[in-house]
Ligand binder design. Structure first.
Ligand code: MN
Length: 255
């Protein structure tokens, strides 16, 4: 029997749909070794089969400059991941907004502006850490404006490492006091700020972290269906968002 032209073609191996992973608020800290162990495990297993990993801020509980030599095992694991050809993207969080070029050179991660729009599965997706959407928290927004200014950051980074670490721990204590006395709804995203972001970018989806309230929120904006996906924090368990074959799935990693 002579095979026809179709049969003569070698069959294409079926390629699994590309996996895109999103995490945020890992809050890596030497005082929380369990989170670090679990995140390293995630980087060594789940992330190795992904096409891309997006870290949407607050990877570190605190980051006082790329010269601090914090989180070496995580930096090594990120470098190993990007060496394998897995694209790793990073957004600043409110705790690690001083992650800079040296960190990127060391790990192969690429720093993205916040917010940033991307195309995924033929849809426009807006990525942000999420703190800029919490516009009801006026005290925090004032602080944010100060510390995100280039001049303030240059002055801070010029300080000796020990002084920076001291100031950062004072800031953490201040932040803790603020979140303890502030109403939870004030620290959530503001609905109008979310709507403005959808309208301005025409995004179909918005993915963010920061509020530590993992959920999928569906809404209609001018009759257009939109979805806001909130990533979870890693304090008590691992948490990530998987996009594969046009579907999004929030997953938890029990500890
Ligand atoms: Mn945050």
């Amino acid at each position: 029997m002579t095979p026809g032209p179709a049969a003569a073609q070698p069959s294409q191996p079926s390629r699994p749909a590309q996996r895109t992973l999103f995490v945020s608020d890992v809050h890596l800290d030497v005082r929380a070794p369990e989170s670090q162990r679990q995140f390293l495990d995630f980087l060594h297993t789940e992330a190795t089969s992904a096409g891309a990993l997006y870290i949407l801020g607050d990877l570190f509980e605190t980051w006082v400059g790329d010269d601090a030599e914090d989180g070496e095992p995580v930096l090594d694991a990120l470098a190993a991941l990007t060496d394998r050809g897995i694209a790793c993207f990073l957004l600043h969080g409110n705790r690690d907004f001083l992650l800079g070029q040296q960190f990127c050179d060391r790990t192969g991660c690429r720093l993205l502006p916040d917010p940033v729009a991307m195309e995924l599965g033929g849809e426009r997706v807006l990525l942000t850490h999420g703190d800029a959407l919490c516009t009801d928290d006026h005290a925090y927004q004032e602080l944010r404006t100060v510390v995100r200014a280039g001049a303030w950051q240059r002055r801070f980074l010029d300080l000796p490492l020990a002084a920076r670490s001291l100031l950062a721990s004072e800031a953490r204590a201040g932040s803790h006091a603020h979140t303890t006395r502030t109403t939870p709804t004030i620290m959530d995203v503001n609905g109008q700020a979310v709507e403005r972001a959808f309208r301005a970018t025409r995004a179909r989806r918005l993915i963010h972290g920061h509020t530590h309230r993992p959920a999928v929120h569906d809404a209609l904006i001018e009759g257009r269906p939109v979805q806001r996906i909130v990533l979870g924090a890693w304090y008590e368990q691992g948490s990530y968002l998987l996009h594969q074959g046009g579907r999004y799935e929030l997953r938890t990693l029990p500890r």
